[in-house]
Design a protein around this ligand. Structure first.
Ligand code: G3I
Length: 322
């Protein structure tokens, strides 16, 4: 009776964690995933530079040597080894998947960053999304439950980030990306996802305004808002206000997509879980890793399981309120 079963019984779809082949290699990590979690999010394997850059990596040293620009060589060279490993593991273990992520300014191959005309960038976005989201669409079990279509597209003041997507296409890239994702995988729930949406701040307001604007112009374009929630101790106290504000946008659902909290204080973790429980549109919670051993911010011990994969106090606190 892991966290998944407990949260599901409280009316939510999933309690998930990120994973990838590097952590699916660790038996004790896999045991926790199997026992506790009902959904996995690929931590890195579906990012643009992970699926369309292998050729670039192979040739990287050669380029340095030859002083030639062969960055463009990665274009169209897709490699899905790690992503397929994650998807196959999830399928054979009965776990849902949140696809992560299709359009993001980071982990982006150089050749995409260098595109300067609208027609080319539009086609490149559409082709990327069709190839990646299309690959896992309509398969057994409807493999991908949701996609983070656009990730981290806002500045802290709520305006759009200065990315190649915004510079070349302006706000229209959002609709282009979501429409491409809908076409590629008509059954996936399509999300916009961001960080620092941790109090009702300018970024939250910018997010809500953009989502409402896009969905007003083209109804049912954006289905959900994801708040990552990479928190510090004490920040759980504003989580209810944030989820309420996000749920007030014109979307079907919201989710906590990448939760971790420095020091893993039980109080903050339970505040976030309670906030989701109390917000009807909140469909689930994903923690950004299982064990502190494998966290992107390992030294701040932000997760629910210690370096030996044993549950920490925050785990017990969550289990007790569910
Ligand atoms: O794959 C290369 C490998 O070939 C190389 O030898 C090695 C040397 O450093 O790097 C490997 O890539 C690393 C990758 O993780 C896979 O391990 C990158 O350097 C490293 O920057 C990357 O970090 C990830 C980060 O996103 C950047 O993509 C973290 O694991 C991942 O937890 C983090 O996740 C993000 C979410 O996607 C979006 N929200 C914020 C969150 C935390 O930063």
């Amino acid at each position: 009776n892991g966290l998944q079963d407990k949260l599901y019984k409280r009316g939510k779809h999933y309690f998930g964690a990120c994973a990838d082949p590097n952590t699916l290699n660790i038996a004790s990590n896999v045991a926790v995933l199997q026992r506790e979690f009902g959904q996995v999010t690929p931590e890195n394997s579906m990012k643009w530079d992970a699926v369309e850059r292998t050729f670039h990596r192979i040739l990287h040293n050669f380029r340095e040597l030859m002083y030639v620009d062969i960055d463009a060589a990665s274009r169209g060279q897709f490699s899905f080894g790690n992503a397929d490993t994650l998807v196959n593991w999830a399928t054979s273990n009965g776990k849902l998947i949140r696809g992560h992520t299709l359009v993001w300014h980071s982990q982006l191959p150089g050749w995409v960053n260098n595109i300067s005309d609208r027609a080319t960038l539009t086609t490149v976005i559409q082709n990327h999304i069709q190839t990646v989201a299309g690959r896992y669409a309509g398969k057994l079990l409807d493999q991908i439950l949701a996609w983070d279509v656009c990730n981290e597209i806002f500045e802290e003041n709520g305006t759009l980030r200065n990315s190649v997507f915004n510079r070349v296409l302006g706000e229209s890239f959002v609709t282009i990306a979501f429409q491409a994702a809908r076409k590629a995988d008509p059954t996936a729930v399509l999300y916009i996802n961001d960080y620092n949406l941790d109090s009702v701040n300018s970024k939250v307001n910018g997010m809500v305004s953009l989502v409402n604007r896009v969905n007003q112009a083209n109804p049912n374009t954006i289905d959900g808002i994801g708040t990552q929630m990479h928190l510090q101790a004490g920040m759980g106290s504003t989580s209810q206000a944030v989820l309420t504000a996000l749920a007030a946008a014109n979307v079907k659902e919201i989710a906590v997509t990448e939760l971790d909290i420095v020091g893993a204080p039980s109080n903050d973790y339970t505040q976030v879980v309670r906030a989701c429980l109390n917000t009807p549109k909140c469909v689930g919670i994903t923690v950004w890793g299982v064990s502190d051993a494998n966290s992107w911010r390992s030294s701040s011990t932000p997760l629910l399981f210690d370096r030996s994969y044993n549950p920490k106090a925050a785990y017990t606190a969550i289990a007790n309120i569910l």
